[in-house]
Design a protein around this ligand. Structure first.
Ligand SMILES: Cc1ncc(COP(=O)(O)O)c(C=O)c1O
Length: 311
């Protein structure tokens, strides 16, 4: 992977290679970390972070699900994120804030474990190297909301996504879809999923899925354009018969689906509503949608990004 120069770690900017933790860190053993995936895009006014506030809000929600009281405010973490992007001098990048139970206490209890906070960024191009993807409904099921808050972004949850992706290794499928415990479509290992039927966008309702910020963005953009959106339970057969389908997510952005379980979706081409949504999304992330300029936080506007004091 490509790296950058600095990582923000517990309030200080440190060199990338010095951002180290002990191997007896609690989160390494038990997955007790909450994290975010954010992107910054090149805009006419320098790098702009897409939906920063929503991501930091979700980070606090996930941390709260882990009973973790973060030692920083939301504003401090937003400023630190801007600082990381600005001081690494990148035009666009992927940003990974992570908060975790650290080194100092072992055993499942976190009562005596310290909390560490880290924000890194690095250049990261297209997550899916294909214009359209072939998808399989995998055997692994989405974590049950009865087991834990399914809409918190917790490191330990991702074992499920990792195993779902491993199911496809060596096959012609590019990505998976997980069903929920009742057998309805849930989401991809790192993406939400949308279908188009008779001019309407359909997506799994909240409850068993990560409440994707891109998903929310797509719904707002569709509403703006007068495209009807329905959030509901979707069975695999309904998915096979969709006119179009696509994934949404910060990493994957808008990624059209060519086939599911070898059923070609619609005419098998990337056009129609999926294309309209992707075009609208591309405008929004680069501040070219006048109605939603506030979705982008310009790093140059941040006071923290101008400060050298943390280095
Ligand atoms: C399991 C899962 N679902 C959905 C998403 C999409 O969420 P977002 O649009 O907030 O990136 C992600 C990515 O974070 C994810 O990991």
């Amino acid at each position: 992977m490509e790296t950058t120069k600095y990582i923000w770690l517990n309030g200080k900017m440190v060199n990338w290679e010095d951002a180290k933790i002990n191997v007896i860190t609690h989160a390494l053993h038990y997955g007790s970390a909450a994290f975010e995936g954010i992107r910054a895009y090149k805009t006419d006014k320098g790098p702009g972070i897409f939906r920063l506030e929503e991501h930091i809000d979700r980070l606090f929600y996930s941390a709260d699900a882990l009973a973790m009281k973060l030692p920083y405010t939301k504003q401090e973490l937003m400023d630190a994120t801007c600082q990381v992007v600005a001081q690494n001098n990148v035009e666009s990048c992927y940003i990974r804030p992570i908060v975790f139970y650290g080194y100092g206490a072992m055993g499942v209890s976190v009562a005596n474990a310290p909390i560490d906070v880290c924000i890194a960024c690095w250049p990261w191009g297209a997550y899916m190297p294909h214009e359209m993807v072939d998808v399989k409904i995998v055997n692994h099921r989405r974590l049950s909301p009865h087991a834990f808050k399914a809409d918190a972004k917790i490191a330990g949850h991702y074992i499920n996504s990792i195993m779902a992706s491993l199911e496809l290794k060596g096959t012609h499928y590019h990505e998976g879809i997980l069903l929920d415990e009742q057998g309805y479509i849930a989401e991809g290992p790192g993406e939400n999923v949308f279908f188009v039927k008779n001019g309407k966008l359909i997506t799994p309702k909240l409850g068993n899925i990560l409440a994707g910020i891109t998903r929310r963005t797509v719904i707002t953009l569709a509403n703006d354009m007068g495209i009807e959106v329905e959030e509901k339970q979707i069975l695999p057969n309904e998915a096979y018969e969709a006119d179009e389908a696509f994934y949404s997510g910060t990493a994957v952005e808008i990624c059209p689906i060519h086939s599911i379980d070898d059923h070609i979706i619609g005419n098998g081409k990337f056009d129609g509503i999926s294309k309209t949504i992707k075009e609208a999304y591309n405008k929004a992330i680069t501040m070219k949608n006048p109605k939603h300029q506030d979705w982008v936080t310009l790093c140059s506007d941040s006071k923290a990004s101008k400060s050298e004091s943390a280095i």
